[in-house]
Write a protein that binds this ligand. Structure first.
Ligand code: BDP
Length: 720
């Protein structure tokens, strides 16, 4: 009696384990180059995988963009289904073409009123049952083709789909210098080989365009916001034009960062005063020159009067004067200006978090209609956690666009796993308090619905470089992917996007997808816990921003010093931004400010951002603040250990090469998390003079040891 039971138990145990272990042996090594466009055969042993027939592919119309769509479908279908589709209209065929292209109008498909919209429909055409992918424009068709392939890749059942982007400009910002160095880049050199352009036709540029189009990105700024005027000289414009030619079929426009002092540096003028007619003429001529070479040039991104960059204030003019002068030059060509609001100044004693709002809100309504003001997600600087920037919602007459940082300057570079999709979502869903509850989030500002902006945009600082896997690590690709998806629809779900990415990048198996999605969704919080818990911010090492340095207090500009931000002393810690302190809180609408006014009601993840509190302050757990701080650091490190364990358990689902690459990074992340915890606690203990609570381990080294560490060769550091 016992035997059959045992045998059955054994069999069911084997049944559970075997499939889990089976894939490993058969998975070929991958190097990450194919990103989420791997198109590996669908015959994975997934019972519910839907296998469409796509025996033929018929394209109505003829354009480089339709050709790109058709090439992608060919590539995808060949990879996924193992068959090259024929080109005759048969049952099961895929048909692509714009809605106006004969014979598609006969099908009476309706599309949203958006030039980039697409639809996928099962229809009967000429008596054949086909899948139609259509849009108002070729670009819409291309987006539909990628959407169709994604459905196949994720093993989802194909249903009718209609979709359109909620934001117009979905733009990558490359912080790439003309010499190939990428500021805050952790994935090799710049992919823009300025030296060999314009002759170089690197196939990588086409793959870059494919990857971006697949997630809806439709613009790219090729050069660093800390720009050189040289990028506006004729030879460099020809180089930019060569890139634009390759990206154009994929619906991606090229933009350039413009140096405000270019009329002086290139034009030999004595000034770059935006109200000077000679300066205006210089920009008009320059702009005309650009459009003669790049007819669909997108426009300029400008960092002005920020961190030493030239700008209109050098001549007593405002940001609006500067932006409008460039906007006027671009206007007749259809170009736009993205004017950055990342400004703060060493001679302004106001809390750095307040300065952008103070400068820009009075200018609301004075910007030309082809200007967007580009605002970072938070008021300081891409920290592991920041409350949303108070400018969102506060400039109803000026289109504000978002600037997210995809590259992880402040979150462990490319080595640490921190899924930015979850971070972006936190910002996008934040209630600005400037309208009806539920209709006044940051996403509602960006999609134009809150204030009726017709020009809308989202930018992300790229994490792309020459590394074979593009982003410096396999998991960094998730951040590029999530950025594109959320720029397309800022109301989308970061969790759903993470799950899609995991399926596309590694495995469709639920036993992989669920734990990896969970890991991704908690990963950014983990980083915030071991780097800047409870609302602390800007505690990173000087210039390179690698590792902890909360003790730094000797840099010339007050706000460059971490001590400026944490204000820890024997009595307490935190930045008082309430009425008793800098009153930055008053820049938020009352509904948003109310949540943060009182430490008792403040979400503790923002506690020390807004409040300076005694070490004895009783936190929600009942523990005094000092103990809570120490234990949050410690929790962060143990969560990294959990991530390592999870990843180890997923070995059967990932090829050995990528599994090992991720595992190695996680090991580094664990070591660096412990370093962050130990160095930070060693320092804060020296200030608070309190013993570490039970559960927080003694730092491995002395404070002096941590303070002595130097990193002259840290990547991405413009100061090295
Ligand atoms: C900071 C970066 C610096 C950038 C600056 C910016 O450290 O490299 O130039 O932002 O956004 O976070 O302009």
């Amino acid at each position: 009696m016992l035997r059959p039971v045992l045998t059955r138990l054994l069999i069911s145990l084997m049944a559970c384990l075997l499939p889990a272990l089976a894939p490993a042996a058969t998975l070929a090594d991958e190097d990450g180059y194919d990103l989420w466009l791997r198109y590996i055969p669908l015959e994975q042993p997934l019972a519910d995988t839907y296998r469409p027939q796509a025996t033929a592919l018929v394209t109505y119309g003829d354009s480089p963009t339709l050709k790109a769509a058709s090439d992608e479908l060919h590539r995808g279908l060949k990879g996924l289904l193992g068959q090259t589709p024929a080109s005759t209209l048969t049952d099961g065929a895929i048909v692509i073409g714009t809605i106006a292209q004969a014979p598609i109008p006969t099908l009476n498909i309706t599309l949203p009123d958006n030039p980039e919209a697409y639809a996928i429909r099962k229809v009967t055409l000429n008596g054949k049952s086909v899948t139609l992918i259509t849009g108002h424009s070729d670009q819409g068709v291309l987006y539909g083709a990628f959407a169709y392939l994604k459905t196949l890749q994720t093993g989802a059942r194909l249903t009718d789909v209609t979709d359109a982007p909620r934001v117009k400009l979905r733009v990558l910002n490359h912080w790439d210098n003309l010499d190939g160095f990428v500021e805050r880049g952790y994935s090799g050199a710049s992919i823009w080989d300025w030296w060999r352009l314009p002759d170089l036709k690197d196939p990588r540029y086409t793959d870059y365009a494919r990857a971006n189009a697949s997630i809806g990105i439709n613009g790219t700024v090729l050069n660093n916001v800390n720009s050189k005027a040289d990028s506006l000289t004729l030879p460099y414009l020809h180089k930019a034009a060569a890139v634009a030619d390759i990206l154009r079929p994929y619906g991606i426009k090229v933009y350039l960062s413009a140096r405000f002092s270019a009329p002086i540096e290139l034009g030999g003028l004595p000034t770059s005063d935006p109200l000077d007619p000679a300066v205006q003429k210089w920009w008009q001529d320059k702009t005309a020159e650009i459009y003669a070479i790049i007819p669909d040039f997108g426009g300029f991104l400008v960092k002005a009067n920020s961190e030493g960059q030239p700008g209109p204030q050098d001549f007593g003019r405002t940001h609006a004067d500067g932006a409008n002068m460039l906007a006027a030059a671009l206007k007749s060509h259809g170009g736009i200006v993205m004017w950055r609001a990342f400004v703060y100044s060493h001679d302004n004693p106001a809390d750095r978090a307040k300065q952008a709002y103070d400068e820009f809100v009075p200018l609301d309504g004075t910007f030309a209609d082809n200007v967007l003001v580009q605002v970072k997600n938070g008021a300081i600087d891409f920290q592991p956690r920041e409350p949303f920037h108070p400018l969102f919602g506060a400039m109803p007459k000026t289109p504000l666009m978002m600037e997210f940082q995809i590259t992880k300057e402040y979150l462990g570079f490319a080595t640490h796993i921190a899924y930015m999709g979850e971070y972006f979502e936190e910002t996008l869903r934040a209630d600005t308090g400037h309208g009806k509850i539920g209709a006044a989030t940051v996403a509602h500002v960006l999609d134009g619905s809150l204030h009726g902006y017709t020009l809308t945009g989202i930018a992300g600082v790229a994490n792309i470089g020459t590394d074979r896997n593009w982003s410096g690590s396999d998991f960094e690709q998730a951040n590029w992917y999530a950025f594109g998806r959320l720029a397309w629809n800022p109301h989308d779900s970061a969790r759903a996007i993470a799950a899609d990415w995991a399926k596309l990048t590694f495995s469709r198996d639920d036993r992989f997808v669920t734990p990896v999605t969970d890991l991704l969704m908690s990963s950014r919080e983990t980083v915030a816990d071991y780097m800047t818990p409870l609302g602390l911010h800007h505690l990173m090492g000087t210039s390179h921003h690698y590792g902890p340095a909360p003790w730094i207090n000797d840099l010339p500009q007050p706000e460059w010093n971490p001590v400026y931000y944490h204000k820890a002393d024997r009595d307490g810690i935190g930045f008082d931004r309430t009425q008793t302190g800098s009153d930055a809180l008053s820049q938020y609408a009352p509904r948003a400010a109310a949540k943060w006014a009182n430490p008792k009601t403040t979400d503790e993840r923002y506690l020390l951002w807004f409040h300076h509190l005694s070490w004895d302050h009783k936190t929600r757990s009942g523990r005094p603040l000092w103990d809570e701080l120490a234990l949050t650091y410690t929790r962060g490190t143990s969560k990294v250990t959990d991530m390592r364990r999870t990843w180890d358990s997923l070995r059967p689902f990932v090829d050995a090469r990528r599994h090992q690459a991720v595992a190695q990074n996680l090991k580094i992340q664990e070591t660096e998390a412990v370093w962050w915890r130990d160095a930070s606690l060693a320092y804060f203990r020296s200030v608070s003079h309190r013993p570490l609570p039970a559960g927080a381990p003694e730092p491995a080294h002395s404070l002096e040891h941590y303070q002595s560490l130097r990193f002259p060769y840290a990547p991405g550091d413009p100061g090295r």
